[in-house]
Ligand binder design. Structure first.
Ligand code: GLC
Length: 433
C-alpha cells in the first residue's frame, strides 16, 4: 500500500465527540440533501433556491455554543455538498454563497465562531457535484434520464472537474487557517445496472491527497477517496460497529461513526425517525466503548437555526456530558480482562486506569462484574460522586442464583440504589488498583 503520510490523530481519539453540519440550498426543499438526485432537478429548476437563499436567523455563535455545551470538541461542516453549491467565497464558480441574497462568506463566520468556542475545525467537501458542467453524468446524477452515457457526457471533461476540486481544496486549506480534518465524500467505484460510478481515477485522488498533505501536514483525512493508504479515519455511517475496527493484521484503526438525529443529513421537515435523547447518548457510549469517535449530525433550517428536535437532543447531550465527560474524553475500549456485564458498557481511561461502567438499563440493586476481584479500589457514581459499595463475589455466602463457583470466581458485586440516578444513563466510576 502506498504511503501518502498521516495526520495527527492524537487530539482526535482523545476528544471522541464532534458535530457534523449539513447545510446548503437543500435545506430549503427540507427533504433530504439528495433531493436533486431523487427528483432529477436540473440546474435551471434549482436556481430558485439559489436566488432566494437568505438565512435571516443564522447565528453561528449560537450553534458553536450549543456544540460546546453538548460536549463536542470538533466540527465538520459541508463546504460543498453533492448539489454543488459552495458555502464560501470561491473564485472558481459563481454558484456560491456570496452571490445569494445572504451575500457573505458564511463558512468564515462559522469557522470563526466555532474556533472561538475552542473546537477543532473540519471541512467536508463533496467529490460529487451535480451542478458543475464537467462532472460526468453517472448513476446518481440528477440528469441521469437515459442510459446512453457516452452521448450524455460528450461535452463533459472530468479532468477539468478534478482540477476544479484541487483549486477549491487549495482555497479551503489556505484561506481559513489551520484545518484539522478534511472529509471527502464519496467514491462509488462499481458499475451497476443503474449506471457507472466514480473512483480514484475520476477524482485524481492521488494528486488530491498529495496536495492536501502538502498544504496542511497535520490534517486528518477520511477514507473515501478510493485510494488505499490515503486516509487516517475509517467512517462507518448510519450504524454502530459491534466491535473495534482493525486492519488485516488485526491492528486497531482510527474510526469515527457518523450518525444522524433523524435519518436525513440535510434538514428534513417531515422526517419521522428522530432518535430519542437516550438513543443518542447510547450511541455515543457504544462508539467510545468500541474505540471509536462519534460525529453527530445537525441539519440546520434554511432560516439558519437548529430545529427544536435537534436542540432537544443537543440539550440532552449537554446535560449528560456535564457530569459524564470523564467517561468519554481520553477513553476507549476496556482491556479484554474486564468483560462487559449484562446491560453494561465499559469505557476505559488508560492514563488514569479508571474503568467506567455505563448502565444502559438500570437493574434492581445488584450488578455482577466479572474479572474485577482484587483489582478494584473504590467505586462511585459519576454523576454525584457518591460511593457504591461492592463485595467479592466468590466469597458471597448468599449466592442466591446458585451461580457456578467458576462464574463467580474473580468477580465482584456492586450494590446499587434501588432508585435510578436522575440521569439518562448512569455511570459507575471504577477506580482500579
Ligand atoms: C453519504 C451521503 C451524504 C452524506 C454522507 C455523510 O455518503 O451521500 O449525503 O453527506 O453520507 O457521511
Amino acid at each position: 500500500m502506498a504511503n501518502y503520510g498521516k495526520g495527527d490523530s492524537k487530539w482526535f481519539t482523545h476528544d471522541r465527540f464532534g458535530m457534523f453540519i449539513h447545510w446548503g440550498l437543500y435545506s430549503m426543499l427540507a427533504k433530504h440533501e439528495w433531493i436533486r438526485s431523487f427528483d432529477h432537478i436540473d440546474n435551471e429548476s434549482y436556481q430558485i433556491y439559489f436566488d432566494l437563499f437568505e438565512p435571516d436567523m443564522f447565528n453561528p455563535r449560537e450553534w458553536a455554543r450549543k456544540a460546546r455545551e453538548a460536549g463536542m470538541k470538533y466540527f465538520v461542516i459541508t463546504t460543498k455538498h453533492h448539489e454543488g453549491f459552495c458555502m464560501w467565497d470561491t473564485k472558481y464558480t459563481d454558484f456560491k454563497i456570496t452571490n445569494t441574497p445572504y451575500g457573505k462568506d458564511i463558512l468564515r463566520e462559522i469557522v470563526d465562531a466555532f474556533r472561538a468556542e475552542g473546537l477543532h475545525v473540519g471541512f467536508y467537501y463533496s467529490l460529487l457535484d451535480w451542478h458543475h458542467p464537467d462532472f460526468k453524468i453517472d448513476r446518481y446524477h440528477p440528469l441521469k434520464v437515459r442510459d446512453d452515457w457516452e452521448e450524455l457526457n460528450k461535452k463533459r471533461n472530468q479532468k477539468r472537474y478534478a482540477k476544479y476540486m484541487r483549486d477549491q481544496v487549495t482555497e479551503l486549506l489556505t484561506q481559513y487557517g489551520k484545518i484539522d480534518i478534511i472529509w471527502f465524500d464519496f467514491s462509488y467505484p462499481r458499475m451497476l445496472p443503474s449506471g457507472p460510478g466514480k473512483n480514484c481515477d475520476d477524482w485524481e485522488s492521488e494528486k488530491l491527497i498529495k496536495l492536501v498533505r502538502k498544504l496542511q501536514p497535520n490534517i486528518l483525512v477520511n477514507n473515501r477517496l478510493n485510494l488505499p493508504g490515503s486516509g487516517d479515519i475509517e467512517t462507518p455511517e448510519q450504524y454502530t460497529p459491534l466491535f473495534d475496527k482493525v486492519d488485516e493484521k488485526g491492528k486497531h484503526v482510527t474510526w469515527e461513526g457518523c450518525q444522524t438525529f433523524s435519518g436525513s443529513w440535510g434538514y428534513s421537515r417531515d422526517e419521522q425517525t428522530w432518535k430519542t435523547p437516550k438513543q443518542c447518548i447510547d450511541m455515543l457510549i457504544n462508539h467510545v466503548s468500541r474505540n471509536g469517535n462519534l460525529l453527530m449530525n445537525v441539519g440546520p433550517t434554511s432560516r439558519g437555526y437548529l430545529d427544536y428536535r435537534a436542540i432537544n437532543c443537543l440539550d440532552a447531550f449537554a446535560e449528560w456530558m456535564k457530569y459524564h465527560g470523564k467517561a468519554i474524553y481520553g477513553c476507549g475500549m476496556a482491556p479484554a480482562e474486564y468483560p462487559e456485564p449484562r446491560d453494561g458498557r465499559y469505557t476505559y481511561n488508560a492514563e488514569t486506569n479508571r474503568l467506567y461502567l455505563h448502565i444502559m438499563n438500570w437493574p434492581f440493586k445488584a450488578i455482577f462484574l466479572p474479572g474485577l476481584d482484587g483489582k478494584l479500589r473504590y467505586a462511585q457514581l459519576l454523576n454525584d460522586g457518591s460511593e457504591i459499595k461492592w463485595r467479592n463475589a466468590s466469597s458471597d455466602e448468599l449466592n442466591a442464583d446458585n451461580m457456578l463457583e467458576s462464574t463467580l470466581k474473580n468477580g465482584v458485586w456492586l450494590t446499587l440504589p434501588v432508585v435510578k440516578p436522575n440521569v439518562e444513563v448512569p455511570v459507575v466510576e471504577l477506580i482500579l488498583k
